[in-house]
Design a protein around this ligand. Structure first.
Ligand code: MN
Length: 253
């Protein structure tokens, strides 16, 4: 099996090395990742300047672009053959609920899917990653086992990517794996108004607090309860239910 590993935290990220270790137990690993932090770049593509990939080792490249650029370049240009799976992560922080729409980690798996390669995005749902490094190391083995299971499913679901979130607890305390749907989250006070050195107003997006609406069966609910969450996602965001009830609200112009 040939696996492409990428991420959105950059080629030096500890989470990527965790994913690589897990992936190496499954097959041959090719790494193409951004040369720097690209979190929250979503599914953006670099169109207005060229990309210059740098080969760091055999089967290891850094790219001065987004996670989407990396996966596209890997599959279309850098890899000698198409990978069987795109693995993305392990992200430094959760990717649950609406976060999947901002996430570069999830976007890398999405890009694989758009190019016809099934994808799995993995995130470690702890915030303070620096102090969680030792804990993350414990998760390499269980992650390898989970990825071995997911990549050997007799029918990997078509047109689907799997979004995995690992709870930030010691691996020995994980209670199992749950199939989930996306929860909801609302950020409050996430824009800080500041001054630049010349006294002009500037705004910095980030920080604030997060409120989760965790219904039963959601990703956040599972992670809070100590389960690894696996959410199947697809790219078609057509609102099927609105099409079905169109008779109630749609009048042709
Ligand atoms: Mn990230």
């Amino acid at each position: 099996m040939l696996l492409l590993c990428s991420n959105d935290d950059g080629i030096l990220a500890a989470g990527l090395s965790c994913l690589e270790q897990a992936a190496r137990s499954l097959g041959d690993v090719f790494v193409v990742a951004p040369d720097r932090e690209q979190s929250a770049t979503s599914h953006s593509l670099t169109l207005h300047h060229p990309l210059r990939p740098i080969q760091l080792a055999e089967r290891r490249w850094q790219v001065d672009g987004t996670p989407t650029d990396c996966v596209m370049l890997a599959i279309e240009a850098l890899m000698p053959t198409r990978p069987d799976f795109v693995l993305s992560g392990v992200n430094h922080g959760p990717n649950m609920g609406e976060d999947v729409l901002y996430s570069g980690t999830v976007a890398a798996a999405m890009e694989g899917l758009m190019l016809g390669v099934p994808g799995i995005a993995v995130s470690f749902a702890g915030r303070d990653f620096g102090t969680n490094q030792a804990m993350l190391d414990q998760h390499v083995e269980p992650l390898a086992a989970l990825l071995a299971h997911l990549t050997s499913l007799p029918e990997f679901p078509a047109h689907t990517l799997l979004n995995v979130n690992i709870p930030p607890i010691p691996a020995a305390e994980i209670r199992g794996v749950k199939l989930t749907r996306l929860g909801r989250r609302v950020f409050s006070d996430s824009i800080a108004k500041m001054q630049d050195p010349w006294g002009r107003p500037i705004y910095w997006i980030g920080g604030g607090s997060v409120t989760w609406t965790a219904g039963e069966g959601t990703d956040i609910d599972a992670v809070r309860a100590g389960f690894v969450s696996v959410t199947p996602l697809h790219l078609d965001i057509t609102h099927e239910a609105r099409l079905e009830d169109a008779a109630e609200w749609w009048k042709a112009p």
